[in-house]
Design a protein around this ligand. Structure first.
Ligand code: ARG
Length: 275
């Protein structure tokens, strides 16, 4: 065979190869029903855990219990962008990932961080909030708990299966870590003195302080938030690129037009109003 013929053959082969790559690529995305399924049933089912103001909490409206908050305001906009209705399902935080895997819900928004461990089980969108962690204690005890050593043997709470639990185990190993499925119970136990403190996200702690005037403050001890434990994102089932793309589009829009900041403010105001 002449050299030029070989070159021509190679060129034809590589075009065919590229073509087949493109075709299989297309095949994959058209078999992804993640977004279409939601649009067909005209309803987006959101799984959340409404024990976590300002991210999500319950209020009474016209004698009816309602789930509201930052995540809900975002989810409402997401549903609107998809042209569907939003249905909110309330579950304990530790069960949310399995509810998503079992297809009981379409997405999860619960102030949830896209940790490396969770990424093994589900997928996450881009982040819509970045958090940091603090120790929330009773008013007057901030200076008493100023170092890790000052917490030795003290009962410190963290919500079960959360990044706060991980931070407690790693950074406050000498404390006596108490975990519970419900976050609100933990803050109540700080109030009654059963717990010396509770590990909480800064924005969540600030909210507890504002809505319980004179009762709580942030301890002087510094907790580190690893970069992989900071980004709050929406969880979706694995292999749902179409849904993820649509969610990312809505998040980018809300980031750019300033609504994300407005929603956080609105959620905080809402919680203070009901107190
Ligand atoms: N950000 C923490 C995590 O992802 C805690 C979230 C708790 N959310 C809730 N709705 N209780 O692990």
């Amino acid at each position: 065979m002449k050299k030029t013929t070989i070159k021509k053959l190679l060129a034809v082969a590589s075009v065919a190869f590229l073509g087949s790559l493109i075709l299989t690529g297309c095949g994959k995305s058209s078999s992804d029903q993640s977004l279409k399924q939601i649009q067909d049933k005209k309803e987006l089912v959101l799984g959340t855990s409404a024990d976590y103001p300002p991210f999500e909490f319950t209020t009474m409206k016209d004698g009816k219990k309602q789930i509201v908050g930052y995540d809900i305001l975002i989810a409402q906009q997401i549903a609107k962008d998809m042209g569907v209705k939003l249905k909110v399902v309330n579950t304990a935080f530790p069960s949310l990932i399995s509810e998503l895997q079992d297809k009981k819900v379409d997405i999860v928004m619960a102030g949830m961080v896209s940790t490396d461990q969770r990424k093994k089980a589900v997928d996450f969108t881009k982040s819509y909030y970045k958090n940091s962690n603090v120790l929330l204690v009773k008013k007057g005890e901030a200076a008493k708990y100023n170092t890790v050593a000052s917490l030795k043997g003290k009962a410190v709470g963290a919500q079960q299966s959360t990044t706060q639990e991980k931070i407690g185990k790693k950074q406050l190993a000498a404390a006596n870590l108490v975990t519970e499925a419900n976050f609100t119970n933990l803050t109540n136990e700080v109030k009654t003195g059963t717990l010396s403190g509770v590990i909480a996200e800064k924005v969540v702690a600030d909210n507890v302080i504002k809505s319980n005037p004179g009762q709580f403050e942030i301890a002087q001890v510094k907790l580190k938030t690893p970069a992989s434990d900071a980004p709050v994102s929406i969880a979706v089932r694995k292999n749902s690129p179409a849904l993820k793309k649509q969610l990312n589009k809505s998040i980018t829009k809300l980031q750019k037009n300033g609504d994300l900041d407005k929603f956080m403010q609105k959620a905080q105001d809402l919680q203070l109003e009901q107190k």
